[in-house]
Design a protein around this ligand. Structure first.
Ligand SMILES: [Zn+2]
Length: 232
């Protein structure tokens, strides 16, 4: 009889283990989302301090998850310059620096899947705001702290899995809101062999599931996606 208790404890832990793990992942997801959308990051405008803070956080999370850094000089950051101008008629262009964050899971596979999301937003709304003229922090919880937190969630899940069919490249892009500068820079200066990339999956605004539905765009870019989502 005295041997039953430890067995019951072990059995309970085995049964609860997956749920506890799932709950931990959801907690991480919530923490990532709340931090990225916090006032401390000041709306994550590309080239500004808040976006820098977001980039530092993402690098730290990539390291915790165990992703291999594939940015500049052995880091997760891939820096680039871009010209910022909200009104070409009124003001000269301003050159800014921003960073993509790039992490890799090498599974020794012949093919690589790219999973991406932009992490910048519109700061205090000097451009792209639905309420122009207001200088409030635009937190961008949906656009796109949601996609960025989902990117970290997927990275964590895939890092813990033993899936070996593909390698996985995770990219958090910057300066998307001002003109897709981060993704354009990566395509021009890729840090992996792009001929091995078989698909790219980008998440933008996945935090507002109206009617419990998820919209998938761009399925027509591949006959395989097209067969999976024929209505696109
Ligand atoms: Zn977006």
């Amino acid at each position: 009889m005295k041997n039953i208790l430890p067995r019951l404890v072990v059995l309970s832990l085995c049964l609860l283990g997956p749920q506890l793990h799932f709950a931990q992942s959801l907690l991480d997801l919530r923490v990532d989302l709340v931090y990225l959308a916090s006032d401390y990051l000041e709306g994550r405008e590309a080239g500004k301090i808040g976006e820098d803070r977001a980039g530092e956080y993402l690098a730290q999370r990539f390291a915790e998850i165990g992703l291999q850094p594939l940015g500049d000089d052995g880091s997760y950051e891939q820096s680039f310059e871009f010209n910022y101008n909200t009104n070409p008629q009124a003001s000269p262009e301003e050159t800014r620096m921003a960073e993509n964050l790039i992490g890799y899971l090498d599974r020794g596979a012949a093919t690589t899947l790219v999973i991406g999301a932009h992490y910048d937003h519109i700061g205090r709304g000097a451009f792209g705001s639905r309420t122009p003229g207001e200088s409030a922090i635009h937190n961008g919880a949906d656009d796109n702290a949601s996609g960025t937190a989902a990117l970290l969630y997927l990275a964590e899940k895939l890092a813990k899995s033993d899936l070996k069919g593909h390698n996985f490249l995770f990219i958090a892009f910057s300066a998307e809101e001002m003109g897709l500068y981060g993704s354009k820079h990566f395509v021009k200066y890729p840090t992996i062999d792009l001929t091995k990339v078989t698909a790219m999956f980008n998440m933008d605004m996945v935090g507002r599931l109206k009617d419990q539905s998820l919209i998938i765009n761009g399925a027509g870019t591949s006959p395989v996606w097209k067969s999976l989502f024929p209505q696109n």
